[in-house]
Design a protein around this ligand. Structure first.
Ligand SMILES: [Zn+2]
Length: 246
């Protein structure tokens, strides 16, 4: 299959809904040619993970490089050097740096200032030297990505799930997940939440997420009370993808 480089977009719910088909070439071909219609982005499946530590970040922004093999059984270790280089590359984009600044300026407070002055690469190196980037999901994880620990406690880590068989695609997923989770970990005393970042994005005219705001669908009403809820994460992560990776 030829490399099409068509950016696709799957919500976590969709990833779950279509999980059994994600390994089929025809599924991906259908996505690329538009014959698969996802319609509403959310609410097709029941979301029941109400543990505060859950998080999501990349599966709904899967870049489809022509029939990629999705979700491999391998437990490949994260490529730290590759992730570091990927983050540096993303941060060469002024609009990505501006987004980091805007997000952190919107959520920082006296009670919860930014760790490492909000310097992304410093946050990254702190995580690498503390808990690292791990394939082991913390308890309550929705299975995509989570921050764990805290920079100030010297135990910050990031869980990034294996999503692809193809190492280059997995590296991209790890880079996306890492940047997203670093922003949570930037909260010195407590994680900055997905809801806080979603509101920051929503309140900035410059940004246009392709996810609904707020995610109105009934299935998500209850979980919206959770500031780490999927809908909030999806909302701001879409802008993160636009400004830093697409
Ligand atoms: Zn998040």
């Amino acid at each position: 299959m030829s490399e099409s480089r068509t950016p696709g977009s799957l919500t976590p719910e969709q990833v779950r809904q279509y999980a059994s088909q994600l390994g089929n070439q025809s599924f991906w071909a259908g996505m690329l040619n538009g014959s698969i219609n996802f319609n509403a982005s959310y609410g097709n499946t029941t979301y029941s993970d109400d543990v505060g530590t859950h998080d999501i970040s990349t599966p709904y922004n899967v870049n489809i490089y022509g029939g990629a093999g999705f979700i491999g059984p391998q437990n490949s270790q994260p490529d730290i050097t590759g992730i570091r280089n990927g983050l540096k590359e993303a941060l060469k984009r002024w609009e990505c740096r501006e987004l980091m600044q805007n997000l952190l300026d919107a959520v920082r407070s006296k009670k919860n200032p930014v760790a490492k002055s909000g310097v992304i690469m410093d946050l990254f190196e702190a995580v690498v030297s503390q808990g690292g980037i791990t394939r082991t999901p913390p308890p309550g994880s929705a299975g995509y990505g989570n921050p764990t620990g805290k920079i100030k406690n010297n135990n910050a880590a990031i869980f990034s799930a294996v999503k692809f068989k193809d190492p280059s695609l997995q590296l991209l997923a790890d880079i996306h997940t890492t940047l997203h989770e670093l922003l949570h970990l930037a909260g010195y005393n407590r994680y900055y939440t997905d809801e806080e970042f979603a509101r920051a994005v929503y309140n900035n005219q410059e940004y246009h997420s392709r996810s609904p705001y707020p995610p109105y669908e009934p299935a998500l009403h209850k979980e919206l009370k959770d500031p780490g809820a999927l809908g909030w994460g999806a909302y701001w992560n879409d802008v993160l993808m636009q400004k830093c990776f697409q």
